[in-house]
Unconditional design. Sequence first.
Length: 71
Amino acid sequence: MCLYNIEKSKFCVIEKTPEIGLLSSIGVREGVKLSVVTKQPLGGPIVVQIGKRNIAIAKDIAEQIKIQEVM
């Protein structure tokens, strides 16, 4: 499943990310657990929480991030 398709307030673990160096530098990398804070309407960004930080990720990038939902 891609990150953009997960519902708000759900938790997941990143399985695969696109080759974008900025993602790794902000903590979005394989094996990281995160939760979805909000999804903006009309194709806007998704905001995720990693640790204590909130990070906005554009829809086109979020659709390339493969995740596994966890309970």
